[in-house]
Design a protein around this ligand. Structure first.
Ligand code: NDP
Length: 460
């Protein structure tokens, strides 16, 4: 698109048209990729005021470039199951944007994984990573492999096959994957072992989320959940509120959920519900975190088993009903699009005061609109769940220095990073006339740094 000085006069209209044109191209080029379109639309819409104020970003074609991944790798992942049968999964890595540093972002192993999911996650990761103020670009990856109900040996064979291809594309200064849904310490460990074997090199910095005895960082396990709660605590504080004595509902019972529950409870809240992909538990006395941790982290069981040990609690089949439980603060920490417009309306009707998105894109666009219209405090994923990748960047720093920090040191840094993300998002929202809208604020604050770096680096 050619942008002349004249063309940039009627700024807002011009900016809107620019955004719309690029969005239409995205839709045409990536047909049927609904999650990707949704993530792109949310970000694009909030950038209109930026292009209106600073036409240089249009002149440099930033939007057209930033939305096109630098590289998208798809590959076959063959492996043999415990019955001796050959299985084939599909592997992905999107190396989205390296303007700020090596590609950085998790790997997701879940049957729903496809190009649309990986691209939505990778695109969001660019802005999230920028918000952390750490030197990391955006990437994401994964596979449609389902680690649930697989034996350890099957998970190992799959991850070794996955890493055999991925290894040629990653490196401590090029691309540093981490975990996400279905990828925890076990999977990272197997992948690290295979990387080392293939590359004949111990590059501690090639993956993050590693075990503590071979280069992992203290607080990485807790980082996303703790970070989400730190972010929401800032948002509440700014509005004269806190977690103390508040009722909280957290969806999911994986890595992010468990540590969100832990930190919210430490701050004086009562968490009354959590879930997995089969259903949710409601414990009016407050969820017993030790039981959840043991069931999910150690025994890899279903959340339904919680009620066998806590007969006062209830188990309900199906996940979406969790948002019918009245609460002051809701922390969706499971997966994308888990809060739709109807769930948002129920939460609002029940008096919810704040939402903190621990998961990526857990609220639909209509749900976000409803929360903002109802003046519910809303912490968008990009900002609220950036603590995980921020501590991954701290893990990379420790690996480069070959010097580990204590739990307290990393936790302090995480806390400071989350406070800064909040502050910068508020400032950006205010500067562009969207007071109180952290969706717009986070998108703009994340975008500006990447866009400026892209301009500095020329048309690449
Ligand atoms: P885990 O695999 O540890 O846990 C995911 C949880 O969500 C599980 O309880 C799982 O249930 C549930 N879940 C998964 N899919 C669905 C579904 N379709 N419907 C309902 N529940 C579902 O993943 P994480 O905790 O790591 O990730 C959770 C979210 O947080 C994701 O959106 C991820 O992208 C995001 N995130 C994670 C970060 C991290 O550091 N781990 C960093 C930033 C964001 P079940 O056990 O039944 O599968």
């Amino acid at each position: 698109m050619t942008v002349t000085k004249e063309w940039t006069q009627n700024t807002t209209l011009t900016a809107k048209k620019y955004v719309q044109d690029v969005f239409e191209t995205v839709q045409k080029r990536n047909p049927g990729e609904n999650e990707f379109h949704q993530a792109v639309k949310e970000i694009f819409d909030s950038l209109v005021p930026v292009f209106a104020k600073y036409p240089k970003y249009m002149e440099h074609g930033i939007l057209e470039r930033i939305v096109e991944p630098e590289r998208l790798i798809t590959f076959r992942v063959p492996w043999v199951d415990d019955q001796g049968k050959v299985q084939v999964n599909r592997g992905f890595r999107v190396q989205y944007n390296s303007a700020l540093g090596p590609y950085k972002g998790g790997l997701r192993f879940h049957p729903s994984v496809n190009a649309s999911i990986i691209k939505f996650l990778g695109f969001e990761q660019i802005f999230k990573n920028s918000l952390t103020n750490q030197p990391i670009g955006g990437g994401k990856g994964g596979s449609d492999f389902d680690p649930k109900d697989k034996s350890d040996a099957e998970v190992m064979r799959f991850t070794q096959s996955f890493m055999t291809e991925l290894a040629r594309h990653i490196g401590p200064d090029t691309d540093v994957p981490a975990g996400d849904i279905g990828v925890g310490a076990r999977e990272i460990g197997y992948m690290f072992g295979q990387y080392k074997r293939i590359q004949n090199a111990y590059h501690a910095g090639v993956l993050t989320g590693k075990g503590l005895h071979y280069g992992g960082s203290l607080t990485r396990t807790e980082a996303t959940g703790y970070g989400t709660v730190y972010f929401v605590a800032e948002m509440l504080k700014d509005n004269g509120l806190s977690f103390k004595d508040r009722t909280v509902v957290v969806s999911g019972s994986g890595n992010v959920s468990i540590y969100a529950i832990e930190k919210a409870t430490q701050l004086g809240a009562k968490v009354v519900a959590c879930s997995d992909s089969n259903g949710y538990i409601y414990d009016k006395n407050g969820v017993n975190l030790a039981t959840v941790k043991r069931l999910k982290e150690v025994e890899r069981k279903r959340i339904s088993e919680y009620v066998l040990e806590h007969p006062g609690a209830e188990y309900v089949e199906g996940c979406s009903g969790i948002w019918n439980i009245p609460c002051d603060i809701a922390l969706p920490c499971a997966t994308q699009n888990e809060i739709d417009e109807a769930a948002a309306a129920t939460l609002i009707k029940n008096g919810v005061k704040a939402i903190g998105e621990g998961a990526n894109m857990p609220s639909t666009l209509a749900a976000i609109d409803a929360f903002l219209k109802a003046n519910v405090l809303f912490g968008p994923a990009k900002a609220a769940n950036a603590g995980g990748v921020a501590v991954s960047a701290l893990e990379m720093a420790q690996n480069s220095m070959r010097m580990p920090w204590t739990f307290e040191e990393v936790d302090d840094k995480l806390h400071t990073i989350m406070k800064n993300i909040y502050k910068n998002s508020v400032q950006a929202a205010n500067e562009f006339g969207f007071e109180g809208n952290l969706v717009v604020g986070a998108n703009i604050a994340g975008f500006l740094k990447v866009a400026d770096a892209m301009i500095d680096q020329g048309i690449v």
